[in-house]
Design a protein around this ligand. Structure first.
Ligand SMILES: Cc1cc2nc3c(=O)[nH]c(=O)nc-3n(C[C@H](O)[C@H](O)[C@H](O)COP(=O)(O)OP(=O)(O)OC[C@H]3O[C@@H](n4cnc5c(N)ncnc54)[C@H](O)[C@@H]3O)c2cc1C
Length: 419
């Protein structure tokens, strides 16, 4: 049962963003309640991590747990063009020979459970099978949540409500703040295979990003533990879901059949799961915080899966939000301007990833040509792929890139503009 009537913070959602912000706020000494609607382990997509997650894992006390886990060690990403040509892999340790350049391909049900257990160990009061229905407001000020915990409907009060509900976007949905990202409307169909052809040596844990031969999309190929490989195809909803019948598995199989690289790698493999579908996953909220509330992780926004940035941004956002919320609680002032302060840093980093994503999808843009013209920027591309985007230097590359591709308008945050 819920232990207290009021909390400093209620975190809604126990994915990577919720676990991170909850753990760090508990470390600061705040009384934190985390409500998660599922009972873990539960499936989630987002298996390939970026190396820069290292620094948040270190702060969370997760590094030794991950090192001791069976998750696949990842040290590179390799891209394949539509005609099947393989790029030189980006080996992260070659860019920075430090253990922070190694990361993991994680089975998310296990990884998320590790993160949630870690939050509990740090003092977060965690409840699963706890569905938050609404955030409660007194005027513009969030004051708590209404939730169904087990079979009991209850109201719980707090100083700050943190929405970490992922793509459910509970609070930004409630406030009408969700903006789809124009020009990034994609969908994905994915499944899991046992016994696929995988690379060996230092390439054994690489994520492969393979463009489809007809330029209509791309595949991910992510080697997980127990010889299971996660395979998904991403494309426009029109391409993947219109006039393709109502059988996503059939669509995925057709796409694999049409792609010689995927076809040969999956030839000896057995499919071990049904196809899953995700769509309309690129969006952000127009605000990131208000009086007594904050959005973190996918509950604020998600860019696109092509560079595997989602969990890194969820972790980094959770970390930035925790520091900001702690300072606001300490000063007894949890107004919007204090809580929203973390947004500018987060959005600046997100924008770096978003621009590289945009260049990937621009059919007129060629990374090969760009890097031949500006070889020094190969290092900057590697830094974005690592997740090293919270600095001013990488932005310089995009000034040069802007001559070759017209970027989408940047994400801008409003204050106090809920409908
Ligand atoms: C097709 C696709 C592929 C992707 N691939 C990658 C990848 O390779 N690498 C990567 O880093 N990222 C990837 N991502 C992104 C990644 O899935 C997310 O960025 C990441 O999971 C965000 O973490 P989160 O904690 O914000 O949300 P989530 O992981 O979604 O966690 C949210 C939690 O909130 C809970 N919840 C929801 N509503 C409520 C409620 N009302 N009450 C209580 N609990 C609630 C949910 O049960 C869930 O456990 C991918 C995304 C997509 C769509």
């Amino acid at each position: 049962m819920i232990q207290h009537e009021t909390y400093d913070c209620i975190v809604v959602g126990g994915g990577p963003a919720g676990s991170t912000v909850g753990t760090l706020l508990a470390d600061y000494g705040h009384r934190v309640l985390l409500l998660e609607k599922a009972i873990f382990p539960r499936h989630q997509i987002g298996e390939s991590l970026m190396p820069h997650t290292y620094w948040t894992f270190k702060r969370l006390g997760m590094l030794d747990k991950l090192k001791a886990s069976r998750h696949t060690v990842k040290e590179s990403v390799q891209f394949f063009s539509a005609n099947g040509k393989a790029s030189q892999p980006y080996y992260f340790p070659d860019h920075n020979p430090h253990e922070c350049s190694y990361t993991w391909q994680v089975k998310r049900d296990e990884f998320d459970r590790m993160m949630l257990d870690n939050a509990r160990e740090h003092g977060v009061e965690v409840h699963q099978n706890a569905l938050v229905k609404r955030v409660l407001f007194d005027g513009s000020r969030a004051t708590g949540v209404r939730a169904v915990v087990g079979d009991r409907s209850i109201e719980i009060r707090c100083s700050v409500v943190i929405d970490a509900t992922g793509q459910a976007t509970m609070l930004s949905g409630q406030l009408g703040l969700v903006e789809p990202d124009p020009g990034m409307r994609h969908g994905a169909i994915f499944s899991y295979y046992h016994g696929a052809v995988r690379d060996s040596g230092r390439d054994a844990g690489a994520i492969l990003v393979v463009r489809t031969p007809d330029h209509n999309g791309w595949f991910w190929f992510i080697p997980l533990l127990d010889d299971v490989t996660s395979v998904g195809v991403v494309g426009s909803p029109e391409y993947l879901f219109t006039n393709r019948g109502n059988d996503p598995m059939a669509t995925l199989e057709v796409e694999i059949e049409r792609c010689p690289i995927l076809k040969s790698r999956l030839a000896p493999a057995t499919r071990i799961a049904e196809a899953r579908v995700r769509r309309d996953f690129s969006y952000h909220a127009r605000r990131i915080a208000g009086d007594g509330w904050v959005l973190v992780g996918d509950a604020f926004g998600f860019i696109d899966p092509v560079y595997s940035s989602g969990v890194m941004l969820a972790l980094k956002g959770g970390e930035l939000a925790a520091d900001t919320i702690h300072a606001a609680l300490r000063d007894g002032d949890v107004c919007e301007s204090r809580l929203a302060a973390y947004g500018s840093t987060l959005v600046q980093g997100m924008e770096m990833v978003r621009r590289l994503v945009h260049a990937f999808y621009d059919p007129s843009f060629s990374f090969g040509q760009f890097l031949r013209r500006f070889p020094d920027y190969r290092d900057y591309v590697a830094r974005v792929l690592i997740g090293d985007v919270f600095n001013d230097e990488v932005g310089r590359m995009f000034d040069a890139m802007a001559e070759y591709t017209a970027f989408l308008p940047p994400i801008t945050l409003e204050q106090g503009a809920a409908r």
